[in-house]
Design a protein around this ligand. Sequence first.
Ligand code: HBI
Ligand code: FE
Length: 296
Amino acid sequence: METLKSDPVEKHGSAAQDAAAPSPDWTINQNWEAYTAEEHGVWKTLYERQTRLLPGRVCDQYLDCIKQMPITADEIPDFRRVNDLLMKHTGWQIVAVPGLVPDEVFFTHIANRRFPAGQFIRSKHKLDYLQEPDIFHDVFGHAPMLMNPAIADFMQAYGQGGLKALERGILPFISRLYWYTIEFGLVQQKDGIRIYGAGISSSFTESQYCLEDESPHRLGFDLERVMLTDYRIDDLQKSYFVLDDLDDLFALAQIDFDPIYERICNKPAFAPDQIVTGDRVLHTGTLRYHREKAAQ
Ligand code: HBI
Ligand code: FE
């Protein structure tokens, strides 16, 4: 996978953080004019590589949306232009940030329909792996889905749920939900299973592996099951969860998570490669990829 979520930068107050945080909400100016030709070139390489791969792999909604957006191979997108369109469709905005921001800052933005997007682009020497979400992951992966009303509502609910979960110290449940939907979600469409998660759609390797490789499990989505499933942030996933329909996220956005937390808070988590009673198994993974890697 190309974008990893590691723990966001340490808690408030350090001098280093103050230096990196020019404003309390961590937003910075995109400063679009300052991108170099080399940076635009990295965008082009990534854009063209993914655009070749995605038809037939990514969901229809993604393709419909990106087509309408001022997102092209030629240059790093200008947030001002992307935002004009997003605002019209779903009221979402993207705001530039230096990289990972603290959870509370992240959730506060999301709860207010602002998506924090990395301002920087990865180096041409490291096209496939980076620690922090960059502009390619955030804009190529996430922004098109924010044009979709179901994702738009679900994301905002996720931000609100995240703030609550933070207060109560039960963040893992909500992080897993985000991970297995917005980042690594798959959806059933009429011609087969398709990608909607931004961590996959922005990844050259994972956009092929998640659908075509025999290794990972592909399981029907179940809210409580997902909220109890650990994930890995440092490698390709061992399990993917498949929604029946992207519009199912509308219903998820309405859900009161409190009774669910109540029910699951004392249950042990499932390992990323576990298959459990009640799973709707669409494909039983051989887990070969991770086994061979471990043997090396
Ligand atoms: N910051 N910029 C950025 N992008 C993220 O996706 C992000 C973040 N901070 C925290 C975070 N994600 C996650 O820890 C939460 O989704 C749980
Ligand atoms: Fe992301």
